[in-house]
Write a protein that binds this ligand. Structure first.
Ligand code: GCU
Length: 420
């Protein structure tokens, strides 16, 4: 299975800094090599749309037009964590122009303030890998009904079992997050588009009259674009949850879902803050460095993640009309936090830092300090400027240490001035 292969970190890849080839990064203020953007207005009118267009055409693919109807059904509503939280489950049924539908189950955790029931909270929204039932062991949570990747006893014949309850809980310290005054919203990414190469027959792609039997456009959307689109549909729904302040929703994600969070944040400016955790190649890491995972490797192991036009850059990184610092710049002037782990060389921590650093000129043009640091910080020394960066000791994962930094970053940039 291609998605499993993508997990393996093969030998023969470059982990030697001295072997990183010389490269020149495209100027983020001159997207596509056009004239240099001179003002904040010009960035909005020309710079940002031109940059977005490059990433659509050559990397993530174009999301089709066409009306999608969403129905939201509340399927459970519980008090949790000794009354300190409330958890609601909704099923969002999304029906596209083809008449086909997908069902996305979402978990919405909100803090409870006994003194102020009318309070609305900032929120973290992120997709999960193994189903909502894996995020929290509470047996009342609906078992994920989507195709799942093999995972020991937790998944049999690609379907969730009771054994998988709570299996991803270490990545979702929900009580801690609620305790810090934030809501948490999550859904399983497979509900939006199952993560395997099926020729774009199922998931969100099936909602639109594209693909199926017909040759696909080289810029037709891949799965990461579908997941990002799904995040926006969940964001639509949050507008109706009174305990959540829709103007303070941070989009976050780990690894392939960190790539997804960056693209969702670029496309949908309603996301007030963006967090990439160890998103690596195709996410925060600069492609031109060819350190750890390369374009050839990612497009071979997971051919459905990006549009097929992106595959033509395999081994030709210098021909790309952009690099990943420009993906970060698409969030400007909103805050973006890029996080790495010291042993996750596959995701190229230094390349992730350099992306954050090189997005800075766009923030400065818009009148903000983006990245405060000029050098990559040491392990455990978070930089919490508007474009932030942190490297934690350890392996590829999302841990309490990461969340502590996400929360500090959000405290500084999402709530500081607005919190009552
Ligand atoms: C693989 C893949 C990465 C991806 C990661 C993940 O390692 O090569 O690009 O980020 O899986 O999503 O966990």
């Amino acid at each position: 299975n291609a998605a499993d292969e993508a997990e393996a970190q093969p030998a023969g890849v470059n982990y030697d800094e001295s072997k990183v080839p010389a490269y020149t990064l495209p100027d983020p203020l001159a997207p596509g090599g056009g004239p240099r953007v001179q003002s904040a207005d010009e960035w909005r009118e020309r710079g940002r749309p031109a940059t977005l267009d490059l990433f659509k055409r050559f990397m993530f693919g174009v999301i089709p037009e066409g009306q999608v109807i969403t129905r939201a059904d509340l399927i459970s509503d519980h008090e949790v964590f000794d009354g300190k939280g409330r958890r609601r489950e909704y099923t969002l049924t999304l029906t596209g122009p083809t008449g086909r539908s997908i069902a996305v189950d979402i978990l919405v955790y909100t803090p409870v303030d006994p003194k102020r029931a009318d309070r609305s909270w900032p929120a973290f929204l992120g997709l999960n890998f193994k189903g909502n039932h894996a995020v929290d062991p509470d047996p009342r949570i609906k078992l994920c009904s989507s195709w799942l990747r093999p995972d020991g006893d937790n998944v049999v014949n690609n379907r969730a079992t009771e054994k998988g309850r709570g299996s991803e809980r270490s990545r979702w310290p929900i009580q801690t997050i609620l305790g810090r005054g934030y809501a948490v919203v999550t859904a399983c990414y497979h509900d939006i588009d199952p993560d395997y190469d099926d020729g774009f027959e199922n998931g969100a792609h099936a909602l639109f009259a594209e693909g199926r039997g017909r040759p696909r456009d080289p810029s037709a959307w891949g799965s990461i674009a579908a997941w990002a689109w799904g995040l926006s549909r969940i964001r639509d729904h949050l507008q109706t949850v009174p305990e959540i302040d829709p103007s303070r929703v941070a989009v976050m994600g780990h690894s392939r879902l960190g790539k997804t969070a960056l693209w969702a944040g670029a496309l949908d400016e309603r996301f007030a803050l963006v967090i990439s955790n160890e998103s690596g190649c195709g996410g925060a890491a600069l492609s031109r460095r060819r350190f750890g995972e390369t374009l050839e490797r990612i497009n071979t192991a997971a051919p459905h993640w990006f549009c097929s036009a992106f595959h033509t850059f395999n081994g030709k990184e210098d021909a790309l009309p952009f690099d990943q610092h420009q993906l970060i710049a698409l969030a400007a002037p909103r805050p973006v936090l890029v996080c790495s782990a010291s042993e996750d060389l596959w995701a190229d921590p230094k390349g992730e830092f350099l992306s954050a650093l090189n997005a800075d000129p766009v923030y400065r043009l818009l009148g903000f300090v983006g990245m405060e640091a000029r050098e990559m910080p040491g392990i455990g020394e978070p930089i919490l400027s508007r474009v932030g960066y942190h490297i934690r000791a350890g392996k590829h994962d999302t841990t309490d240490v990461d969340w502590a930094v996400f929360l500090d970053f959000a405290d500084r940039h999402l709530t500081a001035t607005i919190r009552p």
